[in-house]
Ligand binder design. Structure first.
Ligand code: DCM
Ligand code: DCM
Ligand code: ZN
Ligand code: ZN
Length: 282
């Protein structure tokens, strides 16, 4: 996602009542004044440092190149797609351990929190869990009359049209609307399924042939979330014709409900994940 998508994920997670006491307390003290004690402003840090040479190692952690056969057949495999753990699946496992590691410095634990804040957002973006043309970066697309690529249309192109048209161009207004849908609106029934996987210790089952690499043991939940997002690669994502403007046509109408749901889902999962880490809640 672009900055708006990531910030909205963070603001959804910050919603009153989602974070349990210890998780909220850690988030506020760890992020501090720099980030207004909030997962909203902190969510974009990982993209800001990504181009820096000192963080070159983090670039591949924003996605998993699932070698499936989308749009015909969709799948994510830990051993096939992330054998060395240097992908978003391994990254979430790594930073889940690190954010809770009291032997690490406050700076390192804040960094782990900012990576989780960001990667739990990215793993909900269908093209961050798909190999084809580098997650759609190599697929030409049109958005609002401009030439761009399919990945960018999903990261930000459609959101750039949604925000001014429905949410006063405000990510906090968007986040508040998504929270209302989770608590009492159209997402209420399904929201409990979004956080059904919440164990921060359950590892990828042995028959998946996962390997401990770089000291990281793959976790079950990031794989579950990646599979959930990857399925959209077999429905809406590639369902367009060449020359179609994806941001002003029926494609937008089909995709935008998915984008809104994936952002809401990521925010709700981020809160539940931090609760599981810090409060032992499920
Ligand atoms: N690092 C990380 N995950 C690990 C180990 C290290 O993200 N499991 C990061 C923290 C530092 C950088 O890599 O930003 C270098 O760490 P170190 O000096 O511990 O090798
Ligand atoms: N990306 C991805 N899958 C890839 C390569 C990149 O999802 N195989 C993502 C990371 C960024 C965006 O695409 O969100 C643009 O990447 P880059 O700046 O590396 O081209
Ligand atoms: Zn992206
Ligand atoms: Zn990213």
């Amino acid at each position: 996602w672009g900055a708006d998508g990531h910030e909205t994920v963070g603001f959804v997670a910050m919603s009153a009542s989602f974070l349990a006491p210890k998780a909220l307390s850690f988030v506020r003290s760890s992020l501090g004044c720099t980030y207004d004690e909030s997962l909203g402003p902190a969510a974009t840090w990982a993209d800001e440092v990504r181009p820096e040479p000192a963080y070159a190692w983090s670039a591949n952690l924003h996605f998993v190149d699932a070698l499936d056969n989308a749009p015909t057949s969709c799948s994510v495999s830990q051993s096939r797609d992330c054998p060395d753990n240097q992908c978003i699946l391994g990254a979430i496992a790594n930073y889940t351990t690190r954010v809770a590691d009291t032997h690490l410095s406050a700076v390192q634990r804040q960094e782990a929190l900012k990576f989780l804040d960001h990667f739990i957002g990215d793993i909900a973006q269908p093209l961050h869990v798909e190999n084809i043309a580098a997650g759609g970066n190599g697929i030409d697309a049109k958005c609002n009359g401009s030439s761009t690529n399919l990945h960018s249309v999903w990261d930000s192109g459609m959101i750039n049209r949604l925000l001014p048209s429905k949410y006063n161009n405000s990510v906090t207004t968007w986040a508040a609307a998504l929270v209302t849908r989770i608590k009492s609106g159209s997402y209420k029934c399904e929201a409990s399924n979004w956080i059904a996987c919440s164990s921060t210790t359950e590892t990828v089952s042995k028959n998946h042939d996962s390997h401990v690499n770089h000291g990281i043991i793959p976790l079950e939940c990031p794989l579950v979330w990646a599979k959930d997002s990857n399925m959209f690669g077999c429905s809406v994502v590639f369902n367009f014709t060449s020359g179609q403007d994806l941001c002003t046509s029926s494609y937008y109408d089909e995709a935008i409900p998915v984008i809104e749901m994936q952002i809401a889902k990521a925010g709700y999962r981020l809160a539940a994940w931090l609760n599981s880490i810090f409060d032992g809640a499920t």
